[in-house]
Each structure stands twice: as structure tokens, then as C-alpha cells.
Design a binder for this molecule. Structure first.
Ligand SMILES: Cc1cc2nc3c(=O)[nH]c(=O)nc-3n(C[C@H](O)[C@H](O)[C@H](O)COP(=O)(O)OP(=O)(O)OC[C@H]3O[C@@H](n4cnc5c(N)ncnc54)[C@H](O)[C@@H]3O)c2cc1C
Length: 469
């Protein structure tokens, strides 16, 4: 063990919060250690957003090439070069990672340590952190250790070489038939990407519908969109065990009722668990929630003053933008600010094609408020009735808006359709600014866009009732 190194702050985990907070702190003259056991950029850059959104593009190009004749373009038969698509993805990941590495590497005052870090108690006002051969101390510790795939207790899974998001993205050959356990956003993005690249795909979801938290009609529309592309969707299944298929070459998922689903590869995408178990939290008196998450206040401070928990491990979001936003809040507060994570409106997108995007409340939440006497209206508009979507030949989906009739504020919005990931931000911005629907009505829109339809959709809103029947 080398001698004790003193810092002003220690960041454990270089995900989507820690590196950027570290950079801000060194710019303020502080001495910061950034400890990362794997790759800078964490899940997003190396195993999450960056590779999936890059591969999604190859899948979309293949899809549009197959549809080319609809647009008056002749292409001949469409062949996907899986290796080339994966190499393009890998190049993008390496470019993003090395860009981050180069930027962080030249920051004066930032020491990057490649090791697993853990807390090891206190020395007075200082926290002690161990990382490989290093013993570090600092009065401030920032935890940004993210999540890893949750492996469900399915009999037989431990004897099978199943895939998770990371192993799927490292494949060199296209699976002939990909069976996916799980019906959340990682599953569905991968299902569509691999289907479009040429795999047969079957989804097995134990819940009653895909995208469990979305409105029922939205989940149905997502299911319809995927089945229209030839993806087999099985919901409400009970998985009894998994094992090798008869020919020993693939996998078999045995379902209750005697049915089984075979595939060449099995992807398990059943959620994620926080990397808090090896952090030595007990040495400083920190506890985690029943599901292993660190509890923070709205300033993202843990129960131990001087320790912050940022990103997915604080369960205040499970996205890159929430993690990055977390560090922005802490950076400002460390400079005397008063920012709070409670003030932000939850917003996200699932990057199927077209994407599903959501902000604020769901329809079921709004209906509950109606039972409490709130006057809420809802507007629903099919994308097939939006001219820009028709012109693009991409009419799948719908737009739903929820409006509080007393205040005029948007309560939430869900959009499944072309460019929803961008359009949702118009509503997100109005919500964050405290504006009302009149702002959207009165602002001059660009034609022809999907966004220009928002005033028309708002005009057609109807009172929401307590029940959907
Ligand atoms: C397949 C997939 C696709 C996704 N797509 C999107 C998307 O399109 N949009 C979006 O917003 N989000 C997406 N996400 C989620 C997104 O990747 C995460 O929310 C994001 O990475 C934020 O995580 P984080 O900052 O909390 O930590 P992470 O990015 O998970 O990074 C944590 C880092 O800490 C390191 N670490 C852990 N323990 C230790 C330790 N003890 N010592 C040292 N280092 C440690 C890990 O190696 C890792 O590098 C996706 C995730 C997956 C899996």
C-alpha cells in the first residue's frame, strides 16, 4: 500500500456524474481523485446509450432500405453486414471513451485511479477510501457507481451462457433467433434493433404488458408496432426454467402450461441493481434501501454529511440525463447554490423507432387526481393524422397531453411517434418554466413539423374522468 494521499474530494465511479463534477471542482482549484474500476464514461458510454443508439442507426437504415420502394427508391435485396455494423458501433464507443479520457487526462488537479474504490472509515473530518494500492483521504466523497444487470432467480439460468446488454453488444455473429426475457425499455430497444438486423426475436414478459409503467393504450401501441415488424411478444408468461434446447445448440425457455420457447441466444433484460454492495458503506455508517439504493435528500446528500450519491444509485432516475443533472445540482450547491432535485420534472425516451417519450404524470396518476376533485383534461391525437408524419411515411403512434384546467399547467405528456424524443422536450421546457398551455398555443411554430400540431391537439382536449371505462 502506497502512502496516504490527500484530496479535497474523492469521486468513486466515473459514470455520467462523477467525471463532470470532478472537472468542475478542479476548475475551482480543488484537488480531486476520480476512481474507476472499468472504463471512463460508465454504462452509458461503454455498454448503454452510446453503443445502442449507434447500432440502432444501422438497424434503422436496414429497415428504411427494406421500405425503399414505398418511397420510389429501388435498392435490390437488402443485406446486413452485422460485423460492419458492430464495428461502426465499437468505433463510436472508442471515440466517445477516448475523447473523455483525453479531456479528463489533461485536467490539472484531477488524479484518475484505475481500481475498485471503497470507503474504509474516517479519520476525524476526513473519509478514508481504499483503491487498489492507494489509500486516499478527503473531507468530501461523491459516489457515482451506477448499476449492473439484475439476474432473476430463474432455475437453470446459472448453468447457461445467457446474454446481458454488455455481452449482447460484444457478439460477433448475428443471433439467428434471440429470445429476450423482460419487456422494459432495454429489452424493446434491443428486440427491434436485432430484428431489423435480421434476427428472429421473441420477447417473454411475466407482467400483463410491455413497458409496465406506460399507459395501457401506449403499451398496446408499442406491442402492435413490434409485432408488425415480426417480433413475437408473449406477455403474462410464467417462466419455469431455462436450459439447453434439444439439439444442444441453443436455449429453451420452459413456460408454465407446457409451452416452451427456443432460441439460438437468450438475453436477460429484467432490470438493474445498484453497485452499492462493495462500497464499504458500513464503515461510515451509511445504510441502503431494501433494494440496495442510497437514500439522499433533495440536494443529493446522503445521511452522512460530506458524502453525496449521484446517478442511478440514488434511484432518482435511471438515465444519463438524470445522472448528469445530479452533478450539476451538486456542483452549484457546493458553490453556495440552493438547487434541488425535487424541482425537476421526470422526462425520458425509449429509443425504439419511432421512439416513445414521456414527461410528468401518466394517465392513471391523473385519473387518481380526478377522484380527489382536480379538474384535468386530456388530449389524444393519432400520429396518422399529423401531416408531417404522413409525409415522412411514419405514422405509427400517438400524442397524449394532460392539462390541469385550473392552473393551465401541463401535468404530463406521452408521445409515441416520429421524433418524439425531441418533441417531448417542448412540453418538458414549458413544464420546467412554470408556463401554461397558452404558451404553446401562442408561440409561432415551424411548418411542417409534428410540434406545430400541439396547439390543435390542446384545443381538442376533453375532461378526464376518474375511470377509463
Ligand atoms: C443498454 C442500455 C441502454 C441505455 N440507454 C440509455 C439511453 O438511451 N438514455 C439514457 O438516458 N440512459 C440510458 N441508459 C441508462 C444509462 O446508461 C445510465 O442511467 C447512466 O449510465 C447513468 O449512470 P451512472 O452515472 O449512475 O453510472 P454508470 O454510467 O453506471 O457508471 C458507474 C461507473 O462506476 C464504476 N464503478 C462501480 N463500482 C465501482 C467501484 N467500487 N469503484 C470504482 N468504480 C466503480 C463502474 O465501472 C461504472 O463505470 C441505458 C442503459 C443500458 C444498460
Amino acid at each position: 500500500m502506497s502512502g496516504e494521499q490527500r484530496f479535497d474530494a474523492i469521486v468513486i465511479g466515473a459514470g455520467q456524474a462523477g467525471p463532470f463534477l470532478g472537472a468542475t471542482l478542479v476548475a475551482r482549484g480543488m484537488k480531486v481523485a476520480l476512481i474507476e474500476e472499468r472504463d471512463l464514461g460508465g454504462t452509458c458510454v461503454n455498454r448503454g446509450c452510446t453503443p445502442t443508439k449507434t447500432l440502432r442507426k444501422s438497424a434503422r437504415v436496414a429497415h428504411m432500405a427494406r421500405r425503399a420502394s414505398e418511397f420510389g427508391v429501388q435498392t435490390g435485396s437488402v443485406q446486413v453486414n452485422f460485423r460492419a455494423a458492430m464495428e461502426r458501433m465499437q468505433r463510436r464507443v472508442e471515440e466517445a471513451r477516448s475523447g473523455l479520457q483525453a479531456w479528463l487526462g489533461q485536467l490539472e488537479g484531477l488524479t484518475i485511479i484505475k481500481a475498485r474504490g471503497r470507503l474504509a472509515g474516517r479519520e476525524g473530518e476526513q473519509f478514508v477510501v481504499l483503491a487498489g494500492e492507494h489509500q486516499l483521504v478527503a473531507p468530501k466523497v461523491v459516489l457515482n457507481t451506477g448499476t449492473r444487470p439484475f439476474v432473476p432467480p430463474v432455475p437453470g439460468l446459472d448453468e447457461l451462457p445467457f446474454l446481458d446488454n454488455e455481452r449482447l453488444l460484444a457478439l460477433r455473429e448475428l443471433p439467428s433467433r434471440l429470445v429476450i426475457i423482460g419487456g422494459g425499455y432495454i429489452s424493446l430497444e434491443m428486440a427491434q434493433i436485432f430484428r431489423r438486423l435480421g434476427s428472429e426475436v421473441a420477447i417473454l414478459e411475466t407482467g400483463p404488458r410491455l413497458t409496465a409503467r406506460e399507459d395501457e393504450d401506449i403499451a398496446a401501441a408499442v406491442t402492435g408496432m413490434l409485432t408488425a415488424e415480426g417480433i413475437e411478444v408473449n406477455t403474462g408468461v410464467r417462466i419455469e426454467r431455462v436450459g439447453k434446447a434439444d439439439n444442444d445448440a441453443g436455449v429453451r425457455v420452459q413456460l408454465a402450461g407446457g409451452r416452451s420457447v427456443d432460441g439460438s441466444h437468450l438475453l436477460v433484460a429484467t432490470g438493474r441493481i445498484p453497485n452499492t454492495d462493495c462500497l464499504g458503506l458500513e464503515t461510515v455508517g451509511l445504510e441502503v434501501s431494501a433494494r440496495g439504493y442510497l437514500v439522499t435528500n433533495d440536494r443529493l446528500e446522503t445521511a452522512v454529511p460530506g458524502i453525496w450519491a449521484l446517478g442511478d444509485i440514488n434511484q432518482r432516475g435511471a438515465f444519463t440525463h438524470t445522472s448528469y443533472h445530479d452533478q450539476d445540482i451538486v456542483a452549484e450547491n457546493l458553490a453556495g447554490g440552493q438547487r434541488s432535485a425535487a424541482a425537476r420534472v421526470g422526462i425520458y425516451a425509449m429509443f425504439t423507432d419511432p421512439p416513445l417519450a414521456h414527461v410528468g404524470l401518466y394517465e392513471a396518476d391523473a385519473r387518481k387526481l380526478v377522484t380527489e376533485g382536480r379538474r384535468i383534461s386530456q388530449a389524444v391525437h393519432a400520429m396518422k393524422d399529423v401531416s408531417r408524419a404522413k409525409e415522412e411515411g411514419e405514422t405509427v403512434g400517438k400524442i397524449k397531453l394532460l392539462i390541469d384546467e385550473d392552473s393551465g399547467h401541463f401535468l404530463g405528456a406521452t408521445m409515441l411517434g416520429i421524433q418524439s424524443d425531441e418533441i417531448i422536450q417542448a412540453i418538458g421546457l414549458v413544464m420546467a418554466s412554470g408556463g401554461t398551455w397558452k404558451l404553446v398555443r401562442d408561440a409561432l411554430p415551424v411548418h411542417p413539423t409534428v410540434t406545430e400540431f400541439l396547439p390543435t391537439i390542446i384545443d381538442r382536449r376533453k375532461p378526464l374522468t376518474a375511470s377509463s371505462g
